[in-house]
Design a protein around this ligand. Structure first.
Ligand code: KG4
Ligand code: ZN
Length: 334
């Protein structure tokens, strides 16, 4: 059984084929970074238009590199939400059209569940139940993953997502887009002791996050500084420390509260090296295994979508006949 996965929820066009016997047999990605860089963030209308341009050539390329024909595809899986509605509609329309032409089923996929399952695709060690830290451009979630489609949200951001905080802070410091890698790189030259930024919501019980205040803190610090390259690096360093430390400490709370012994990190911010180091250290201290998908499957991609489709198919879950794109779609309402 071969499932073609399609991802267009934000600024990456991803496409992949997952085979029930061989696993992932091919994937292609087109990033829109160059397109949005000029604006310092994703421009939704440009994103939708670019997905329209990229999907057919990506599919052609994927079939060529895998040596497959369209008729070899047995099912489609497409990200139906959450995400930018116009961008989602492009992928959903494309997938529905293909599925109708090929007379195969089309499986709607929740983007965050796909991020969460990426670790299962890439490591046999990962098994339900586990704790997942989902940190992307649009979401910051601590999730008790009990089984496929069965998720309890333990904590989430009440304002900016972690990735969004990186992106907005990078914009303030004129570091470019996407902000995560830009801040991480700039922070490498930063001095550890120069600035100490707050750890938002650490003094309150619970596992929710708030990152929007940090950005204001960055702005104030920057505006009242000498605005040198060194100061910029010091601020990037302090900002990254504050975000990572907050994420790690909330993970610790969630592990203590649930007694879970496996932590799975997913989403674009999961590519952050400092976060990985600190969580690995946390795992060593508490006898907990920490799993990360390889970097290519941490950020948006088609492979996680094809794999999620396969998981639903394998379990014989009901596949809806009509797929609707949904900008908002809570993970615990699956
Ligand atoms: O999961 P993702 O690719 O797309 C969404 O679903 O949002 O995540 C993108 C986010 C962006 O905000 C980007 O700045 C952030 O992930 N990101 C990082 C790093 N690489 C990507 N954040 C921190 N450190 C990184 N190395
Ligand atoms: Zn994502």
């Amino acid at each position: 059984m071969k499932i073609l996965g399609i991802e267009t929820s934000c600024d990456e066009t991803g496409i992949a084929i997952y085979d029930s016997e061989q696993g992932l047999i091919g994937h292609q990605l087109h990033s829109q970074i160059n397109l949005h860089q000029l604006y310092g963030g994703v421009v939704p209308e440009l994103a939708s238009r670019d997905h329209i341009r990229q999907l057919a050539p990506l599919l052609k390329g994927l079939l060529k590199t895998t040596g497959l024909l369209m008729s070899d595809i047995n099912a489609l899986a497409v990200t139906a939400g959450p995400g930018l509605i116009g961008a989602l509609l492009v992928g959903v329309g494309f997938a529905r059209g293909l599925a109708t032409a090929l007379q195969v089923p089309c499986i709607p996929v929740h983007h965050m569940e796909a991020h969460l399952l990426a670790a299962l695709m890439t490591s046999e060690r990962v098994q339900f139940p586990f704790l997942s830290l989902l940190v992307s451009g649009g979401h910051t979630l601590l999730v008790h993953a009990r089984a496929l489609g069965d998720y309890v949200i333990l904590g989430q951001s009440i304002d900016d997502a972690a990735g969004e905080a990186f992106d907005k802070t990078a914009k303030l410091l004129d570091l470019g887009y996407p902000g995560g890698p830009a801040i991480a790189q700039c922070a490498q030259n930063g001095q550890a002791q120069h600035f100490e930024f707050p750890r938002p919501m650490m003094n309150k019980p619970g596992m929710d996050f708030s990152f929007s205040g940090l950005k204001t803190f960055v702005l104030n610090t920057w505006m009242h500084s000498d605005q040198s390259a060194q100061t910029k690096a010091d601020i990037a360093h302090a900002f990254q420390e504050a975000v990572v430390d907050t994420l790690v400490r909330k993970c610790q709370r969630a592990l203590d509260a649930t007694g879970l012994t496996q932590l799975v990190v997913a989403g674009g911010v999961g590519a952050n090296q400092l976060l990985r180091e600190r969580l690995t250290h946390l795992g060593q201290q508490h006898g907990i295994t920490v799993e990360y998908p390889p970097l290519a499957f941490c950020t948006d991609n088609g492979a996680m979508v094809a794999y999620t489709g396969w998981c639903y198919w394998r379990e014989g879950r009901r596949i809806p006949t009509h797929i609707k794109a949904r900008a908002r779609w809570p993970l615990d309402a699956l």
